[in-house]
Ligand binder design. Sequence first.
Ligand SMILES: Cc1cc2nc3c(=O)[nH]c(=O)nc-3n(C[C@H](O)[C@H](O)[C@H](O)COP(=O)(O)O)c2cc1C
Length: 176
Amino acid sequence: MKAVVVYKTRYGSTKTYAEWIAEELGCEMRDAKSVKAAELKEFDTVIYGGGLYAEMINGVTLLTKNMDILSGKKLLVYTTGLTPLDCRDYYDKMVMEKNFPPEIRDKFKVFNFLGKMIISELSLPHRAALKTLKKIMSGKENPTEMEKLLIELCDADGDFTDRSAIADLVACASAQ
Ligand SMILES: Cc1cc2nc3c(=O)[nH]c(=O)nc-3n(C[C@H](O)[C@H](O)[C@H](O)COP(=O)(O)O)c2cc1C
């Protein structure tokens, strides 16, 4: 099996997971910034990691818009985010629907990991986006459980990355 881990990161957590996965699999890793889809032709297994930003997987269109080039390959995607991992509707419905058109959804195996958000390190636009989101959600008269959770997540501050979380992805990548 020839595998590659491609990652796109803003604040580092997606890269940290890429390093752990590449180390476990003994494969190379590449920053998505300098990867063209055609360069992925030589690999049997492509693992893509991206942080979640407003439910979108940062840069995953490198794969989803190039399915012709990637056909026949094992395609694994991991997300890093702050939404608790037991929010399965969020991950399995909302994130899947927003990032993978129905006709290609079954070509991907998707894994979700917890990421990192250090408020003092965020860019001004990101801080402003979280502030606005919190204001909108807090103004709702009868917020849903998800909306209440979003309000909390806007203030999450910490590193929740966890090396042990990659085990299933590594096993899936290694399986024949
Ligand atoms: C503006 C903004 C929007 C975010 N949106 C989401 C989101 O929709 N879902 C989620 O679970 N986490 C969200 N997060 C948290 C990031 O996904 C988390 O910090 C992740 O670890 C970022 O990975 P990266 O630093 O490698 O890009 C958001 C963070 C910021 C700053």
